[in-house]
Design a protein. Structure first.
Length: 307
């Protein structure tokens, strides 16, 4: 006679579900922090939540309260919804697109993205004018290659972070220390909007974490031709150290691990760029020429789309 099947204890199912959710929540917080280039110490300072508590949360061990989660989201200039769920506050059209996208493979998503870009190209092309923006992690070569590109194109050049410092009369370190990351993100968005409105022919060098702010990065994507300056983690690190800039990763014993985590978290965001220019293992002159060809190709395509 077969032994009767044991019924699953509902409380155990709930416990397992809770563990899965907390694990996923911790991963989301960790990824959001990495995209912004924030160490756990910085997030603890800006949110008022202890490093120890954050460590437990990120490993799925923290039974976090709603108020604490709101503090963490605020410190990263995010909606709490972005951490705990996706889709509920979207329009019906966006919800439909989101549900459709969830069923797609990575290849299908890339194909759909390409089709949408092509279909909407007539609109985005005019909006981008002759603005070129360079994105990438610190050490990618934006500050070096940007002025060279602008000179070859005959355009102006603006380094967005320096524009922010000039506009608000404080260094980036002071802005972060006194006002926190959310205020910096508002300053960044405001300065970028001003640049877009006042320049049709410009090369813009952006901060490495601009991709982490959805509103600002979308503004950049919609109104400039975005080129991702790509490099290996080792080259990123060596260039930053050569420049004498040891903050914050170069001074850490886990510098390379932190750098790789940030790059991994940001790669899908950097991937929204119109083109990629690999700067690894190449002389500045060679890279500058390649970058010029990429930029001219984007501007030519934009000209073809203009009425």
């Amino acid at each position: 006679m077969a032994a009767p099947k044991q019924a699953t204890d509902p409380s155990r199912r709930e416990d397992a579900s809770a563990v899965d959710y907390l694990t996923e929540l911790g991963a989301r917080v960790r990824a959001a922090r990495a995209r912004r280039g924030m160490t756990r110490k910085i997030l603890a300072h800006d949110s008022g939540v202890s490093e120890r508590y954050l460590a437990k949360l990120e490993t799925g061990e923290g039974n976090i309260s709603v108020l604490v989660l709101r503090q963490i989201a605020d410190a990263m200039d995010m909606r709490m919804l972005d951490l705990v769920s996706v889709g509920e506050q979207l329009s019906p059209q966006m919800q439909s697109l989101y549900q459709l996208a969830r069923q797609m493979t990575e290849q299908e998503l890339a194909q759909a993205n390409s089709i949408l870009k092509e279909a909407l190209g007539h609109k985005t092309g005019r909006a981008k004018a002759k603005r070129i923006s360079l994105i990438g992690l610190r050490g990618a070569g934006k500050s070096t290659l940007g002025p060279i590109l602008s000179e070859k194109l005959g355009f102006g050049f603006i380094e967005l972070n320096k524009q922010i410092e000039q506009e608000f009369g404080a260094t980036l370190a002071e802005i972060f220390s006194l006002a926190g990351q959310p205020s910096f993100r508002r300053f960044e968005r405001r300065c970028l909007q001003d640049i877009i409105e006042s320049h049709d022919e410009i090369v813009i060098s952006t901060g490495g974490s601009i991709v982490a702010d959805e509103k600002t990065f979308s503004l950049l994507v919609q109104h400039t031709h975005v080129i991702w300056l790509q490099a290996t983690p080792g080259e990123h690190m060596s260039r930053v150290v050569e420049q004498g800039d040891l903050r914050p990763m170069a001074g850490s014993q886990e510098a390379m691990a932190d750098l790789k985590q940030i790059l991994s978290a940001r790669e899908p965001l950097y991937g929204r760029a119109d083109e990629v220019c690999n700067t690894s293992g190449r002389a500045i002159d060679e890279t500058a020429q390649n970058l010029l060809e990429i930029a001219e190709g984007l501007l030519a395509a934009n000209s073809d789309q203009s009425p």
